[in-house]
Design a protein around this ligand. Structure first.
Ligand code: SF4
Ligand code: SF4
Length: 290
């Protein structure tokens, strides 16, 4: 059972809810829970669990290298590449742009001259560690994208594979923010997607886009409103209008935000907010219903 915590934009409180949910599920079940940090550009779940991480593996992707002694400059590789990562100029030059390459092997497959060789590109590393505090146990897996690298989906897949290989029954995925390929990779195959929507017009706009993505993928989802100000029912009313399952609103708390910003004890801060436990409890019930 994998629960993906996603948000249409950054800064909604997605990581806080992921971390709190993993801990809550472990406490309630008495079992170890996988925490899969797929926010590979800025993974920070380990800060709150205070996990010592060790490297598990390096992730590389295919990048083409043209052997000009074999190349006929037919241009087929350039034609098939949707990302303009390989180009042929006249009958002398075949250039590659590794930073644009998605590692799809398209050029490799269409090249009839065997002129394309593999030039592996390191995109990042997967780390893992364990947190245990007597009442809860978390197995944390994290992807860290190499600085300057933009291609996170293969690294996210590697993190998810570690989760699949784990013997734990429940996994919480902290997804990257937004609605593009890294998010799609992170939520694909999840049993439940919890969309954390910041209670603001911007938050609503981006949550609405993410909801379209999740529906397109045919995934079960529910919405949580975060950073709710007094009498602000924006997200709740939107869910009611659209017929989306609403799991509750968490009020904006400067106390909680301060604790988060300094990487402090957000579990203690959360205890002072009953709305958080209500939301976690509703997510758990939804998981049990499935
Ligand atoms: S498909 Fe192969 S032979 Fe044709 S231009 Fe590309 S590398 Fe050269
Ligand atoms: S592997 Fe795919 S993305 Fe990369 S250069 Fe070849 S066709 Fe383009």
């Amino acid at each position: 059972m994998r629960i993906a915590i996603a948000s249409g934009k950054g800064g909604t409180g997605k990581t806080s809810i992921s971390v709190l949910l993993a801990k809550y599920l472990s406490f309630e079940s008495g079992q170890e829970v996988d925490f899969l940090d797929c926010d590979c550009e800025a993974p920070n779940g380990h800060i709150f669990f205070q996990v010592h991480l060790t490297p598990l593996k390096t992730v590389n992707i295919f990048t083409p290298k043209v052997d000009t002694s074999k190349c006929t400059f037919c241009g087929k590789c350039s034609e098939i590449c949707r990302f303009n990562a390989i180009t042929v100029l006249g009958n002398k030059v075949a250039m590659t742009f590794p930073e644009l390459c998605h590692g799809c092997y398209g050029c490799f497959r269409v090249c009839e001259s065997g002129a394309i060789k593999e030039d592996p590109r390191r995109i990042g590393k997967v780390y893992a560690g364990r947190h245990e505090d007597g009442a809860t146990r978390i197995h944390l897996v994290q992807g860290v994208l190499r600085i300057g690298e933009a291609m996170s989906p293969p690294l996210i897949k590697a993190v998810l594979e570690e989760g699949e290989a784990s013997s734990n029954l429940v996994a919480v995925t902290d997804c990257p923010p937004g609605t593009s390929c890294p998010v799609v990779t992170s939520i694909k195959g999840a049993d439940l997607v919890v969309i954390v929507a910041e209670s603001s017009p911007f938050g609503l706009h981006d949550a609405a886009i993410l909801t379209k993505v999740v529906r397109r993928l045919g995934l079960t989802f529910a919405i949580v409103a975060n950073k709710v100000l007094d009498e602000n029912t924006l997200i709740h009313e939107w869910c009611a209008k659209e017929g989306y399952r609403y799991l509750g609103g968490i009020p904006f708390s400067p106390d909680f935000s301060m604790e988060y910003a300094r990487g402090g004890d957000i579990f203690k801060a959360a205890k002072r907010m009953p709305e958080i436990e209500e939301v976690l409890c509703r997510i758990t019930k939804m998981v049990q219903e499935r």
